[in-house]
Design a protein around this ligand. Sequence first.
Ligand SMILES: Cc1cc2nc3c(=O)[nH]c(=O)nc-3n(C[C@H](O)[C@H](O)[C@H](O)COP(=O)(O)OP(=O)(O)OC[C@H]3O[C@@H](n4cnc5c(N)ncnc54)[C@H](O)[C@@H]3O)c2cc1C
Length: 384
Amino acid sequence: MSPLQRTIYGRDHEAFRESVREYLDRQVRPHIDEHIAAHGWPRDLWVEAGKQGFLGLEIPEEYGGSAAGDYRFNAVLGEELAKVSVAMASCFGIHYDIVAPYLVDLTTEAQKQRWLPGFCSGEIVTAIGMTEPSGGSDLAALKTTAVRDGDDWVLNGSKTFITNGYSADLVVVAARTSPDKLAKGITLFGVEAGMAGFTRGQPLDKVGQTESDTAELFFDQVRIPAANVIGEVDRGFVSMMERLPQERLGTAVTNISNAGQILAETIAYVKERKAFGQAVGTFQHNKFLIADLATRIDVSQAYVDQCVLAHNEKQLTAVDAAKAKWWTAQVQNDVLDHCVQLYGGYGYMNEYRVARAWRDARVTKIWAGTNEIMKELIGRDLGL
Ligand SMILES: Cc1cc2nc3c(=O)[nH]c(=O)nc-3n(C[C@H](O)[C@H](O)[C@H](O)COP(=O)(O)OP(=O)(O)OC[C@H]3O[C@@H](n4cnc5c(N)ncnc54)[C@H](O)[C@@H]3O)c2cc1C
């Protein structure tokens, strides 16, 4: 899909891409139907990803990571995962791309030693719990509380739609610690599997991404030791805001890669599929449509690549990331909808990847901040 040569990747990135592809071809592609049936990823997939060095890209070497110090490796990994399964890109991305910065930047030495080696090896799978049943867009209004009791904190409340929620060993949970201070009264806690009072619902029944585990989490008088506070008390909201641009960039990377892959598969299909004695892709309407979609992807890719480079230079703003996130989600959804149409009736059959991809993609306009919230951020930046 790329008439213009992309210039952001060098030889090391492409060698890394090959190792990711090899892992996906060997461990994931042949078993995708089993993962869909199982509503999740078996732990050995995580452990194998750990062995390959995919999970510790941001983690310092002394804790088992590679401290790549180059977001392009995260981007390559996200691109390749999203070509196979958006759900996999999401579940694994939550871990290596979204939770990693919290556990590297905000943790104490003791926490690093406890959590990071397992994080890198795949023995500790992580999740992040921000959204609550009462709302996700207005994060500052979250209702889960943590009240100090001696050296501990007592956590009460619930989270919903949490990716990896059912299987995670460690969840970074945002809770209110100062009732009167709204955004300035939120703290992050490391909630670990097995803590008394921490329970989860069954994986949620979603429209798409059946192979990802998305769950509700419940906290009933969960006693959290002070040693599990992540970052400063009452500074959790700022910590989340500082890290959301990377989360949104990561989704932009996977959105556009997934759309490009499915469009490429669709082009192959419409070259073969015949109607009225000719390949359906050669009807002028379809040819122009596909030209339009390919252009949208390439132009969007150029913006996303610029954002990746800017992020490497610590120059990516929250507004740039918001633009990349909503735009690519829209492009992805538009492209996939047209791809379904181009497949005709087969495009509506679950047996066909295009049908599943179309359902899987719907959520990219919702998660990690909805398209409306992205536009709100952009509009505010424009002084509106
Ligand atoms: C599959 C999946 C995985 C997810 N994974 C995670 C996860 O791992 N961790 C996590 O914490 N969360 C996760 N989420 C939650 C996700 O981030 C939220 O669903 C999202 O932020 C929206 O919050 P909400 O669902 O409460 O919608 P609401 O906040 O209730 O919004 C409802 C509608 O109102 C609109 N709206 C709200 N405010 C405004 C406004 N100011 N202006 C205009 N429109 C507005 C929204 O855009 C939306 O259309 C996941 C969600 C899904 C579906």
